[in-house]
Design a protein. Structure first.
Length: 320
């Protein structure tokens, strides 16, 4: 898929946006490293430093996870809160849009005058094969799933996407090898673990009593949510832990009409904090690949990460 994208889009800036965006659908922990070699090569052609290459790879990839319906965290958030995933996507779409626009203007717009990539002939390419068609074909399962989730339950959208992906797969990949690939099991087990953890949290009455006592002190619920979410997310560097803890604790005490805004606030603030945590696996692996220290990476985040937080708060205020 990446090979045909490079042939279709000659602009380095366009590829630096498209490749981490498409590869964001690989949702395994630390999977940002998949795009790192491609971003590294493209960044070298554009004269970008290592810290900026790491920031581009990480920020653009993760800006999609507020709305990506195949994200395990978003699926779990929907299951735990009983909020349909399409409502989550609609509520959190402004955050993704603002973050992606910011990434473009901060990281990619300065590259608009960079020389475009040279086109080349691919090996064994037939004359009738068009790179644009191939790029669309191999990304179609992702696009189909993202579109269907607005009209169908997420599990049906995912199933349809899987069927399409199976028919355009590499022919040497068998059904058994794909379905029972051991690389997917940690994510499945993590999702199961979060649901079990959520049930335990719901059966610890002392936590709810503690929260009620804090509220009786006159501290606004939004302040409590933001502080608890930031602390938990930064320390755990795991959004599913944040969701499993905060949703059962907070959502039962908010009015029904505030359910979606509150769930969105927890998710977006939690995700923003998880993103910058030093033990966030994607960040750790990407820093290792590019030879970047956290201090240098945070400098590249000086505009984009505050925008992520501000967009989260503004979105909450608009939809509550």
């Amino acid at each position: 898929m990446v090979e045909y994208l490079e042939k279709t889009f000659k602009s380095i800036g366009a590829l630096l946006f498209i490749i981490p965006s498409l590869l964001s659908t690989f949702t395994a922990s630390g999977a940002a490293i998949i795009a790192a070699p491609i971003i590294d090569s493209l960044g070298d052609k554009a004269g970008i430093g290592s810290a900026k290459k790491a920031a581009i790879n990480l920020y653009i990839r993760h800006a999609w996870y507020f709305v990506l319906p195949v994200s395990v965290s978003l699926i779990n958030a929907s299951l735990i809160s009983n909020i349909p995933i399409n409502q989550f996507v609609a509520a959190q779409a402004p955050v993704s849009i603002i973050c992606l626009a910011t990434a473009y203007f901060v990281y990619l717009h300065p590259l608009k005058n960079i020389t475009k990539l040279k086109s080349g002939k691919m090996e064994n390419e037939k004359p009738e094969e068009k790179a644009a068609f191939k790029a669309f074909l191999y990304s179609s399962p992702i696009l189909l799933c993202v579109l269907l989730v607005f009209w169908l339950p997420s599990y049906i959208a995912l199933f349809v996407g899987c069927i399409l992906a199976y028919f355009i797969r590499a022919k040497e990949s068998t059904f058994i090898n794909i379905v029972f690939n051991k690389r997917g099991w940690p994510l499945i087990l993590a999702a199961v673990g979060v649901m079990i953890f959520k049930n335990f949290i719901e059966n610890i009455p002392q936590l709810k009593l503690l929260l009620e006592q804090i509220l009786n002190l006159g501290i606004p619920l939004e302040v409590i949510i933001i502080l608890m979410t930031i602390i938990t997310s930064y320390v755990a560097a795991n959004l599913m832990v944040v969701i499993g803890l905060m949703y059962p604790l907070i959502l039962p005490i908010v009015p029904q009409e505030q359910l979606v805004p509150t769930a969105t606030l927890i998710y977006t603030i939690g995700y923003s904090t998880y993103f910058i945590s030093p033990i966030h696996l994607c960040q750790a692996l990407t820093n290792e690949y590019f030879g970047v220290v956290m201090r240098d990476l945070y400098r590249e985040y000086k505009i984009t990460v505050p925008v992520m937080y501000v967009a989260s708060l503004i979105t909450y205020l608009l939809i509550r």
